[in-house]
Design a protein around this ligand. Structure first.
Ligand SMILES: [Zn+2]
Ligand SMILES: [Zn+2]
Length: 66
């Protein structure tokens, strides 16, 4: 099993394999994640002029850059 697999929806925090997350995916095109997809911790989100950054205390920073 890969640790890269997203276990949790990074927007609604529910199990990624359960239910439909189409709306979450659509929203994530424009919004930062709220939950870490790996551990479901709430991420510390900062909205920046250029995008956003979200930090999980266990898994580090994700940004919209790139
Ligand atoms: Zn979701
Ligand atoms: Zn995490």
């Amino acid at each position: 099993m890969s640790t890269e697999t997203a276990n949790w929806c990074d927007r609604c925090g529910e199990a990624a394999a359960t239910g439909s997350h189409d709306a979450c995916r659509a929203a994530r095109e424009f919004e930062p994640p709220r939950f870490c997809a790996s551990c479901r911790r709430r991420m510390k989100v900062q909205v920046l002029p250029s995008g956003w950054s979200a930090v999980c205390v266990a898994h580090g920073e994700t940004t919209s850059a790139g």
